[in-house]
Design a protein around this ligand. Structure first.
Ligand code: PEP
Ligand code: MN
Length: 263
């Protein structure tokens, strides 16, 4: 169902007045994790000031260590909803448990399925039964074929509103947190009719690489870019090394706009 052979036209997802897919590039910014109302609202204000309509923030955090911050859970989703309403944004947040999908859709606009859950087939089916767009991350070591099949699981349940998100894969290279597979973007665009995003934060794990990889993503045909922004990354409860502060966010966004204007 997700194949171009089945449907030649690009799938367009409408979200908060914006179109995702075969349209102008879209951006999903926001903190790694929802930490407090004040923290999310501060980021939302920066996003709104740029005229952007989408925001991310994790309430259920799938952390490598069980002793790291696990997220605020339902309270985090409630914070996202409050901030989204106050600032006129659509929010995207990761859900990790199939049983949470039904309650989560009251609070969020896009269900994110994280890299660690790309082949959690019960979660894929639950998201496929929901009447909300799904942003599906590529698995930590998933092939493109496995990634496409994961999207197929969602669409097979009747939900065709899927955004694919390349977020780097595990290789022997340690200079970056993961290896951004930039060529996955045009391959996914050729093989499927779904919008494709690139997450520059989790792929690189390096603040200094956010801008060059975002430019590469847009140049190669991605429909949008995801990146993390935090009021004070040094004290962030997760991904402290790669979130942008507001000054860096301004510089990043200006540079991207400049890049888009000349290309
Ligand atoms: C995230 O986007 O919050 C996240 C945990 O990313 P990934 O699943 O790609 O690691
Ligand atoms: Mn993160």
């Amino acid at each position: 169902l997700v194949s171009r052979k089945k449907k030649a036209e690009d799938t367009i997802i409408e979200l908060n007045g914006e179109k995702i897919g075969n349209s102008k590039p879209q951006f999903i910014f926001g903190p790694c994790a929802v930490e407090s109302y004040e923290q999310v609202a501060a980021v939302a204000e920066q996003i709104q000031a740029k005229g952007l309509k989408l925001m991310r923030g994790g309430a259920y955090k799938p952390r490598t260590s069980p002793y790291d911050f696990q997220g605020l859970g339902l309270e985090g989703l409630q914070i996202l909803k409050r901030v989204a309403d106050e600032y006129g944004l659509a929010v995207i947040s990761e859900i990790v448990n199939p049983a949470h999908i039904e309650e989560a859709v009251d609070y969020i606009d896009v269900i994110q399925i994280g890299a660690r859950n790309m082949q959690n087939f019960e979660l894929l089916k639950a998201a496929g039964s929901a009447n909300k767009p799904v942003l599906l991350k590529r698995g930590l070591a998933a092939t493109i074929d496995e990634f496409i099949n994961a999207a197929e699981y969602i669409m097979a349940q009747g939900n065709g509103q899927i955004i694919l998100c390349e977020r780097g894969i595990r290789t022997y290279e340690r200079a970056t947190r993961n290896t951004l597979d930039i060529s996955a973007v045009p391959i996914l665009k050729q093989e499927t009719h779904l919008p494709v995003f690139v997450d520059v934060t989790h792929s690189t794990g390096r603040r200094d690489l956010l801008l060059p990889t975002a430019k590469a993503a847009l140049a190669i045909g991605a429909d949008g870019v995801m990146a993390e922004v935090h009021p004070d990354p040094a004290v962030a409860l997760s991904d402290s090394a790669q979130q942008m502060d507001f000054q860096q966010f301004d510089a990043f966004y200006d540079a991207i706009q400049g890049f888009l204007n000349v290309h």
